[in-house]
Design a protein. Structure first.
Length: 180
């Protein structure tokens, strides 16, 4: 709820500039078990990275503009990795995993402590944070959740001073886990 309010406030601050709307299409990942609306032609990669479960393969579905310097969006990304069943036995285990995962993700953006929030991410309990980069006019919004023994990370990085509300809301609000 609070994160949604903050996103809306960022939109009010970011009105102005280019009002064109980025064309969004539904992306469905059978192996990831989700669908989401994001810009056309996202790229799929698999990388071995450090996760709350140790080093393991993580799948990334991401879209970046052809020319980052002139686009209002820098990144739309969904990643997912398998959660070991042994850690998913109770709700406190899920909470520890989410806390660890969101804190690891914060470190990708800043060496400072950022406030993270408990959220309801389209019907699934999750965590989120917003990071505003003051020096380069960027904002990152990250939401995470666990469903079907997968840890999902849904991220958008955008420039301030552009109208971005429609695309950001469509991206986050369209995320659906396909089987629960």
């Amino acid at each position: 709820m609070l994160v949604g309010l903050i996103i809306n406030m960022l939109y009010v601050q970011s009105c102005g500039g280019d009002h064109s709307v980025l064309k969004m299409e539904t992306y469905t990942s059978a192996d990831g078990g989700f669908s989401i609306n994001m810009p056309s032609d996202p790229k799929r990669t698999v990388k071995v990275i450090t996760t709350p479960f140790g080093k393991q393969a993580t799948t990334f579905i991401e879209w970046k503009p052809d020319n980052i310097s002139i686009n209002k969006f820098k990144l739309f990304q969904v990643s997912f990795t398998d959660c070991p069943a042994s850690l998913m036995t109770d709700s406190s285990g899920r909470q520890r995993i989410l806390d660890s995962a969101i804190n690891m993700r914060v470190k990708d953006f800043a060496d400072i402590d950022l406030e993270t929030y408990t959220i309801n991410f389209n019907g699934i309990e999750g965590r989120a944070f917003i990071f505003e980069v003051k020096d380069n006019n960027n904002i990152a919004i990250v939401k995470q959740c666990i469903a079907n023994h997968k840890l999902y990370d849904v991220t958008v990085v955008l420039k301030k001073n552009f109208a971005t509300n429609k695309e950001v809301h469509e991206f986050f609000n369209s995320f659906q886990v396909l089987y629960r």
